[in-house]
Design a binder for this molecule. Structure first.
Ligand SMILES: *Cc1c(COP(=O)(O)O)cnc(C)c1O
Length: 441
């Protein structure tokens, strides 16, 4: 399977290893598989009853493999230049070592809980795959360094995903005193191949330092700098797995599922559309908070990015959703075709808060503010059957959820276990020279 840039579909072709290492394409576009062929119907008929990892192996073979045999759930399904089947299968077993349950939280309303990984958010899925794909495609004898600036959540997901892997170091930059103590501990207590620096500035300073490091050719080459940010195709592809897995668990007689996807940068929705391209019979709702550039496009046909505004679902506060370029690419820029598969809906904070309270009261189910946006969008569209993607555990957003429900949210073990560990980060000032020195020593 070759990868191409969204900006030059007929241009250069890249291997998986190159696409993973580059992050964005050299022309500024984003990598996509050159073709995604629909799997035949027998593939989907075999899925009910299969485990998450068996489904994952088959779906990734579909996305990465050239030719797929009818017996795709067998052992010899993959035909790719980059990875052989046994390597890919091991990656799937390793990366998806937590469950993704589909819960019927209210009649006809399913919730796909993507938050049972180490940092209790769906980004664990993509980050854990990217880490292992990078490790597996690393040229022999080479080392690389993953550089990430974080305002909170990404640092934890990336650090936990790469911790303990061979030949890859992780450097996390974060603004000192500006992330929550719980978040800080997710990436500062690991040690080993994960180093964290508390920058004496704001998030933008951290991001600038990362950019300067990538722009320093000599440094980038010497350290094998690699980015793990959310536009990396290695984070995107594995997210297609859980759409296929969830739909296989619904009643065979049920109509095509409608997935409601709480969206910010639109990577999660893009992955759903890749699953659709593989032949998954499904519809989608793109649910956003007030940052509704994409729902606006679906109505007006105009894509008008604008500065983001702060909301209760802050991981979705994105004013210029990068992955939208991938979605347009999948539909060849045809808005009508896109609207045939995806509807948009915007949810304001007051509704988000009310939804958390009401769903807790009426159904005893706790929603985090992001999942609540999805739930409210399903309600507003009058869906009597829907699968809402639950992107984070409610305990991660106790400051929003607890006042809404008037009670406490128990903190799960995965979060608590970091609290009593020692913070190992080092202070760093905002100048590039000091950063360059610590990177090279
Ligand atoms: C990142 C994130 C989202 C948005 O996902 P995109 O793929 O960027 O659309 C939604 N919810 C949570 C909790 C997130 O962390």
């Amino acid at each position: 399977m070759a990868f191409i840039s969204t900006r030059a579909p007929k241009g250069d072709r890249y291997s998986l290893a190159e696409a993973l290492r580059l992050g964005p394409a050299p022309d500024g576009g984003l990598f996509m598989p050159e073709t995604v062929e629909p799997l035949d119907a027998t593939f989907f008929e075999q899925l009910p009853g299969q485990s998450l990892t068996a489904t994952g192996k088959a779906v990734l073979a579909g996305l990465l493999g050239g030719k797929i045999s009818a017996d795709v759930l067998g052992t010899n399904a993959l035909d790719t230049d980059a990875l052989d089947t046994s390597v890919l299968n091991r990656i799937v077993d390793d990366a998806l070592d937590f469950p993704i349950p589909l819960i019927e939280a209210a009649p006809g309303r399913h919730v796909l809980e993507l938050f049972h990984g180490p940092t209790l958010a769906f980004k664990d899925v993509g980050a854990r795959f990217l880490a292992r794909l990078l490790e597996a495609t690393q040229p022999a004898g080479r080392k690389s360094t993953v550089l990430v600036a974080t305002s909170g959540d990404t640092g934890g997901a990336v650090a936990q995903a790469f911790h303990g892997l061979d030949g890859i170091d992780v450097v996390v930059l974060y603004p000192r005193g500006k992330v929550s103590p719980l978040q800080e501990r997710q990436f500062t207590t690991l040690g080993g191949n994960v180093r964290a620096f508390a920058v004496d500035g704001v998030f933008d300073d951290c991001q600038r330092l990362v950019k300067e490091a990538f722009a320093d050719r000599e440094l980038a080459e010497q350290l094998g700098l690699t980015s793990a940010n959310s536009i990396n195709v290695g984070r995107l592809l594995p997210q297609a797995i859980y759409y296929v897995y969830a739909s296989a668990q619904l009643e065979a007689a049920a109509a095509a599922p409608i997935f409601v996807v709480p969206s910010g940068n639109f990577g999660n929705l893009t992955a759903g559309l890749l699953a659709h391209r593989l032949g998954l019979d499904a519809q989608f709702v793109a649910a956003t908070n007030r940052n509704d550039v994409v729902p606006e496009y679906l109505i007006s046909g105009r894509f008008e990015p604008r500065p983001s505004v702060r909301t209760l679902s802050n991981a979705m506060d994105v004013g210029h959703p990068n992955n939208f370029e991938r979605i347009l690419h999948l539909f060849n820029g045809d808005k009508e075709a896109l609207c045939g598969v995806v509807a948009g809906h915007r949810v304001d904070d007051s509704v988000t808060r009310d939804t958390i309270a009401r769903v807790c009261r009426e159904h005893g189910y706790l929603l985090d503010p992001h999942t609540a946006v999805g739930w409210a969008a399903a309600d507003a569209r009058g869906l009597d059957q829907a699968i809402v993607l639950a992107t984070a555990h409610p305990a991660k957003f106790g400051e929003v959820v607890e006042p809404a429900i008037g009670g406490e949210v128990p903190i799960p073990e995965q979060l608590l276990q970091h609290l009593d560990k020692t913070v190992l980060s080092q202070p760093l000032d905002t100048g590039f020279e000091a950063f360059r020195r610590v990177l090279t020593t």
